[in-house]
Design a protein around this ligand. Structure first.
Ligand code: NAD
Length: 323
């Protein structure tokens, strides 16, 4: 890592499933003199982090308060409406503080229009401040392990890249500058669209093969050797028991929640419409994830539970004696 880390005061807003482990990496890896000011509307997690890192992680009273205390600020909240509120709320938002010269990085997965609106507001009111979209991939497990990837909404030659990459690398293993503002989000949404479609297609293909009499492990080997090879089939196979570490094998418990896939998929379909991209799989994919998110057998489980939603057979091992 570069030796030029100059992050003496850092802020972090949104300490949920992703944000909390990201703050823990920062608290463990930033230089000893650095201080991290945190805020979340849920105060319990703020108190937990402050207690875990006394004199290192400090409690902010609002987004505005955190913004006032720090030079660099990261945000990680669920949706566009939350990002608007965190940045633009006239009483307590980040932009109600003087954020001149500050570096602001939003890691939330949201629509590109909201991200660009926040950036525009900041540029107009605080021309010396810099705002970046930097959504992540890799899930909660990746956030805990520090292996997430950041998709950064700027070019490789952006003047702040040499500050952003070392900072984000404290929390993840890859930082990919995607070219321009909001392109990190556009890249992330198109990635999740593709991954969501592959999970549905993989579920259907496995199911038709199994109903024709094939062992799903044989099917997975065939796809891996053939033109259907893909990561969902290889490492996140929707059929339980095909890949030992896939969420499906653990009852779909760990992984990327189906409601989050529905949210990202829906944002991707909206983005496609907005930019005039023809999208024949979008509506049917969205219907599938909306249905699975509402289904009590699937809700809150890993998104590859779409295999269950589509009626796939899960207890195939008992029928083949687990051989
Ligand atoms: P989460 O719901 O677990 O956490 C969000 C946190 O934001 C909560 O603690 C909530 O209290 C806080 N919050 C909401 N509004 C706030 C406000 N106005 N001010 C301060 N705090 C506020 O969500 P998460 O799983 O951590 O996801 C965060 C973002 O990361 C989402 O956009 C999600 O799509 C994206 N993401 C999640 C995953 C994943 O696997 N969970 C993977 C990649 C990306």
């Amino acid at each position: 890592m570069s030796g030029s880390l100059e992050f003496e005061t850092l802020g972090f807003i949104g300490l949920g499933a992703m944000g909390k482990p990201m703050v823990i990496h920062l608290a463990n890896k930033l230089p000893p003199e650095s201080r991290i000011y945190v805020f979340d509307v849920a105060s319990q997690v703020v108190d937990e982090l402050c207690a875990q890192f006394p004199n290192r992680v400090l409690k902010g009273s609002s987004s505005k308060d955190v913004a006032q205390q720090v030079e660099t600020l990261l945000t990680m909240v669920p949706e566009g409406a939350h990002v608007r509120s965190v940045y633009l709320d006239p009483q307590n938002g980040v932009c109600s503080a003087d954020i001149s010269n500050k570096l602001l990085i939003d890691c939330s997965t949201i629509d590109t229009a909201t991200s660009l609106a926040v950036k525009r507001h900041i540029t107009q009111n605080f021309p010396s401040a810099s705002f970046y979209d930097a959504p992540v991939s890799g899930g909660v497990v990746g956030a805990v392990k520090g292996t997430i990837a950041f998709f950064l909404g700027c070019s490789e030659t952006d003047p702040n890249v040499q500050r952003l990459i070392p900072l984000l690398s404290l929390m993840g293993k890859q930082v990919i500058p995607c070219g321009a503002p909001s392109f990190g989000l556009a890249a992330k949404l198109s990635n999740n669209y593709l991954s969501g479609i592959i999970a549905i297609a993989c579920s259907e293909a496995m199911d038709m093969g199994m109903r024709s009499g094939l062992d799903p492990r044989t099917l997975a080997k065939v796809y891996a050797a053939g033109t259907a090879q893909n990561t969902i089939c290889d490492r996140f196979n929707p059929v339980p028991g095909v890949y030992p570490e896939a969420p499906s094998t653990g009852g779909y418990k760990e992984g990327f929640k189906v409601q989050l896939m529905q949210k990202d998929f829906s944002l991707a379909v909206d983005m496609a419409k907005r930019v005039g991209s023809k999208n024949v799989l979008g509506e049917v994919g969205l219907e599938t994830y909306e249905g699975a998110s509402r289904d009590p057998r699937c809700r809150d489980l890993d998104s590859r539970v779409v295999y269950r939603y589509l009626g796939g057979q899960e207890d195939w091992q008992s029928k083949t004696n687990g051989s």
